[in-house]
Design a protein around this ligand. Structure first.
Ligand code: PLP
Length: 510
């Protein structure tokens, strides 16, 4: 240790030695537990009296920077006491707080799931010329922006003072009345008081989980399924038990076994327009699922998020429409039929549970924006939503048809896919031996993106599948996108097992 001592200074040499060590310890240049040089050696090096060094060490010990072991020497303290003799300006050199030990169990689960998702779908950004079948969202090019701007202006002008004040947690009553009437179209009979307005389906999942789940509870979930639902239930410490989709919907024989063996606290499903497959649960299966859940007294969480976007025959009525036992919590959203950026959705449930959900909602965010609720209500009341949905559904139907035709024409033998009855996407199964996560970087090199199927599976399955969303791809680009995909698949079949790029580009996970 070389300590520059200034012998002309009025500061005693022992004090200078002490200050030098304090700085080294504070700045972690000397780590806790490190032995300081022996007094005799340091005295010789610095050409000072041994008692001077001994005095400096005694002061370090007294101030908590070091501790002395008789016969062994002086050591840097494990947790150096910085309170004495340290001016306030020393604070910035304190070691930064270590957050890792402070995170909740739930946050650790969320982070681990996020890591897993990133490994599947990547982290970079997509180049502008990529044809992306990855985003399961509506096409912003179809958004009725002018109409929405007008109703927003109107409600601000007419009701601004009330809408911009704090608002009751249940939601804007005219919107709840509208929704009660709207849901009648699909066969759901409910009242405005049994509807809770939420910030999108995603908040619905969260409120349901915090209202019904304790850590360690089981949740029965269809597979494949919507990844953000998987993540929410897991975040609350739930163990997920999976029910595979058969040709007509989730396999009820498997569900029955799970209900008997694992007593799940709830069953999550998307009977209407299933993400990622676009399939709908058959009309025959629905009453049987309701009966099974009622017999086991297990609530069903029905994610019915875009029941009015269907292609071909009208889908069967939601489970909630046949729910005589009050066991279904229905989740609806404006994200698919209007704008996801509104963050506006709703829950329909029987009063006993709705009251608890509302209490959880109030704690989470007091209420959903009343301004947005009123604007959407005005938009719906003027029949602008119906007009928009009719136009958008026709366009999405056209894109779906183009995608299916193009897949039939271009994909190699061995690839199969679902024929979506609703929603925005289909699930494609690759020819045997190919892995969609490995294929993604190669596809991106050729300018096409998709979501690897593993993202929709709980247990690491689904590697041989991928989701193609047709909603946001312009009709004129669909065939070219499929051509690039087919070329990627063929190239991978010719040269299997080529190492993947280290960091695939991100594809959105909705
Ligand atoms: C099946 C499913 N449920 C829920 C959501 C989330 O919707 P929201 O925007 O209402 O939170 C999505 C979004 O893609 C979805 O696909």
């Amino acid at each position: 240790v070389d300590i520059p001592l200034d012998r002309d200074k009025p500061v005693p040499l022992a004090r200078q030695i002490q200050a030098h060590f304090e700085r080294l310890i504070r700045e972690r240049l000397l780590a806790p537990g490190v032995k300081l040089p022996a007094t005799r050696d340091l005295a010789r090096t610095l050409s000072v009296n041994r008692a001077t060094v001994a005095l400096a060490y005694e002061e370090l010990v007294a101030a908590g920077w070091a501790h002395a072991h008789v016969g062994q020497g002086t050591f840097v303290a494990e947790r150096p006491n910085q309170s004495r003799d340290v001016p306030a300006v020393a604070a910035p050199s304190r070691p930064p707080i270590d957050w890792t030990g402070l995170f909740s169990r739930s946050s650790d689960i969320v982070a681990a799931d996020g890591e897993r998702a990133r490994a599947v779908v990547g982290t970079g950004t997509l180049p502008a010329d990529t044809i992306s079948f990855a985003g399961g969202m509506p096409d912003s090019g179809l958004f009725p922006i002018d109409g929405f701007r007008r109703v927003l202006n109107q409600v601000v002008r007419e009701e601004g003072a009330a809408l911009l004040q704090y608002y009751p947690p249940g939601g804007y009553l005219p919107l709840r009345r509208y929704l009660a009437a709207y849901l009648m179209r699909f066969g759901i009979e409910t009242r405005p008081e049994h509807i809770l307005i939420v910030n999108g389906s995603q908040q619905g999942f969260d409120l349901i989980a915090r209202t019904l789940l304790d850590s360690g509870d089981n949740v029965a979930i269809e597979q494949p399924t919507y990844p953000r639902a998987i993540q929410v239930f897991r975040a609350f410490g739930a163990q997920l038990v999976t029910v595979p989709w058969g040709p007509a919907g989730p396999r009820l024989d498997v569900l029955e076994r799970l209900l008997e063996r694992h007593a799940p606290k709830l069953v999550y499903c998307q009977p209407g327009a299933h993400n990622p497959t676009g399939l709908a649960m058959s009309a025959e299966l629905r009453p049987r699922l309701l009966e099974l859940a009622a017999r086991h007294q297990v609530p069903i969480v029905e994610d019915g998020f875009d029941g009015s976007l269907y292609y071909g025959p009208r889908p069967a009525a939601p489970l909630k429409a046949g729910d005589r036992d009050g066991i279904v919590i229905y989740i609806g959203t404006f994200s698919k039929v209007l704008f996801p950026g509104l963050r506006l959705g709703w829950l329909v449930a029987s009063p006993a549970v709705l009251e608890r959900l509302q209490a959880a909602k109030q704690l989470a965010d007091l209420h959903t924006s009343a301004l947005i609720q009123a604007a959407v209500h005005r938009f719906c009341e003027r029949r602008l939503l119906d007009r928009h949905v009719a136009r958008a559904a026709a366009e999405y139907g056209r894109r779906r048809g183009l995608l299916l035709a193009s897949l039939r024409r271009r994909l190699p033998d061995g690839a199969t896919w679902t024929e979506p009855q609703g929603g925005f996407s289909l699930l494609l199964t690759l020819p045997a031996g190919l892995d969609a996560t490995e294929l993604l970087p190669r596809a991106l090199e050729r300018g096409v993106a998709f979501t690897p199927g593993a993202a929709f599976f709980v247990d690491g399955a689904g590697q041989g599948s991928l989701r193609l969303s047709f909603s946001s791809v312009p009709a004129s680009r669909i065939d070219e996108g499929v051509r690039r995909l087919a070329e990627t698949i063929r190239a991978a079949q010719r040269r299997p097992g080529r190492p993947t790029a280290p960091e695939p580009l991100a594809v959105p996970l909705v």
